[in-house]
Design a binder for this molecule. Structure first.
Ligand code: ADP
Ligand code: ZN
Length: 297
């Protein structure tokens, strides 16, 4: 794949912040961070920035947008390119692709932020050569992107791995924080769920707090289900919660192995340590996701 000198623009649109960038192949030439405010203000400011970069660096050949979701991905539907049923105030049914398409006229590659990150990991990071790879973020929410043979999985909509329900430890009656489902995985194990369980800022929770037993158990349930449904060669776990708690991964490996109980041939805790790991691109997985989507547009 010769991405070498192709000039592209990218946007990683998150619920609290957005990153706009311009890149030559996978080399990011310039980037800027914007707080995610109202749609008009946020998209307008990003558009102005990209326009200034165009004057400085030349005409990009495509734009990649990796967005928080849920998003519309079916080009045959009127909600293609929109953020759809988000609880985020003001952002429901916002036509992100329409806005930038009208403003710049470049081809737009559009997907979820996690599908973008998964694609970047597949092209340049820790999921290279993997026929099936998953990127899971555990932050303000939980979301997962799935790559099969180099392409993000789209179906009826897109995978929503954060909202599956998992078995709980007996006696754990925390109701969960998901506004749609209560105690789905996101409701139990996202950053806000951890803060609510502990009654303090997530970053201040000690590594030995009992809630990590619950959270690693719930994550292991999800990991075992993913191993059994999609047979991934990599599950990369990014996002703020695990970033500074890599030691928890060993617990997830052990507990996932216990749940699988030797059923998936040759997959024990040691092998799971080579499957479930931190993103190879680190914090750049998100921004490079927008670049990858642009290069594929
Ligand atoms: P976002 O999901 O908004 O892109 P992050 O991936 O950085 O942002 O995740 C932010 C979430 O992670 C917040 O809910 C925050 O409380 C939580 N968080 C950040 N650091 C830690 C930590 N060390 N332990 C637990 N939770 C954390
Ligand atoms: Zn949910």
């Amino acid at each position: 794949m010769n991405d070498g000198d192709r000039l592209v623009a990218g946007i990683e649109l998150g619920g609290t912040k957005a990153i706009a960038l311009i890149a030559r192949g996978r080399e990011i030439v310039a980037r800027e961070r914007f707080p995610t405010g109202s749609p008009a203000q946020t998209l307008g400011a990003i558009g102005d920035r990209i326009e200034a970069w165009r004057a400085e660096h030349g005409e990009p050949e495509a734009l990649g947008i990796a967005s928080f979701g849920p998003v519309g991905l079916d080009r045959a539907r009127v909600d293609y390119g929109h953020i759809t049923s988000t609880p985020k105030p003001g952002w429901r049914q916002v036509d992100v692709v329409g806005y930038f398409g009208a403003r710049f006229g470049w081809p737009v590659g559009f997907d979820t932020d996690v599908a973008g990150a998964a694609l970047a990991e597949y092209r340049w990071g820790a999921a290279q050569g993997c026929a099936v790879a998953i990127y899971l973020t555990i932050g303000t929410g939980i979301g997962g992107g799935v790559i099969v043979d180099g392409r993000p999985v789209h179906g009826l909509v897109h995978p929503e791995l954060g909202h599956v329900r998992v078995r709980r430890a007996s006696g754990d009656d925390f109701p969960g924080v998901c506004p749609f489902h209560g105690d789905c995985l996101e409701g139990l194990a996202s950053g806000p769920a951890i803060a609510a369980r502990a009654g303090m800022n997530g970053a201040d929770v000690g590594d030995d707090h009992v809630l990590w037993e619950q959270v690693t158990g719930e994550l292991a349930e999800a990991m075992a289900a993913l191993m059994l449904t999609l047979s991934p060669q990599r599950i990369l776990i990014g996002g703020g919660v695990f970033q500074h708690r890599q030691a928890l991964l060993a617990k997830v490996h052990a507990r996932t192995a216990a749940l699988l109980n030797g059923y998936v041939t040759g997959v024990g805790a040691r092998e799971l340590a080579e499957i479930i790991m931190a993103p190879g691109l680190g914090e750049m997985a998100g921004p490079l996701g927008a670049v990858a989507l642009a290069l594929d547009a």
